[in-house]
Design a protein around this ligand. Structure first.
Ligand code: NI
Length: 176
């Protein structure tokens, strides 16, 4: 079921999310199914549970060919629960980001290039990965949602923030 996505300004997007304590439950699987439906309907690359008003440390992400991110390398479809990030090195890079909670806009954000992440899937199996580039960026963006941080808070120079249709004229307007 497609759920409404909260938009920036809603105080529920600014909370620290609570850990998931029960895995492989019907409720958890139903929540993940709703998040997948919602992300797919909006052409998102990721979605965090707080974005649909659910106060849990649960994010989903993944990217095959996505019209919102035409140049990004594929990222495997992932359910990541109670994540812990470890940064690998100090290298960062800048790229444009969007967010389903900030529709119609893009901002240029600096993110760590390399990181390790650990967490659990829906069944409680450990996920343990070392990633770089766009995959690392998506994880940092989604995990930020669990800390009450939206990407505009990470834009160092707000001149690099604007409406998608103005910044990228001629590109297909996506659903956000
Ligand atoms: Ni987002």
């Amino acid at each position: 079921m497609i759920r409404p996505v909260l938009k920036m300004g809603d105080p529920r997007l600014l909370q620290i999310a609570a850990p998931v304590t029960a895995f492989d439950t019907p409720e958890l699987h139903a929540l993940i199914a709703d998040m997948r439906d919602t992300m797919a309907a909006l052409n998102g690359a990721g979605l965090a549970a707080p974005q649909i008003g659910v106060d849990l440390q649960l994010v989903i992400f993944g990217l095959q060919a996505n019209p919102r991110y035409p140049d990004a390398a594929p990222v495997p479809d992932t359910v990541l629960i109670n994540p812990e990030l470890t940064l690998l090195g100090e290298q960062m890079d800048d790229a444009w980001e969007g967010c389903l909670s900030v529709p119609g806009m893009r901002g240029r954000v600096s993110r760590y290039t390399h990181l390790h992440y650990r967490g659990f899937d829906a069944c409680g199996q450990i996920i343990d990965r070392t990633v770089s580039g766009f995959h690392a960026r998506v994880v940092q963006h989604e995990v930020d949602h669990l800390l009450g941080i939206l990407y505009p808070m990470r834009i160092a120079d707000l001149r690099n923030f604007g409406f998608t249709e103005v910044l990228f004229p001629g590109q297909p307007i996506s659903a956000d």
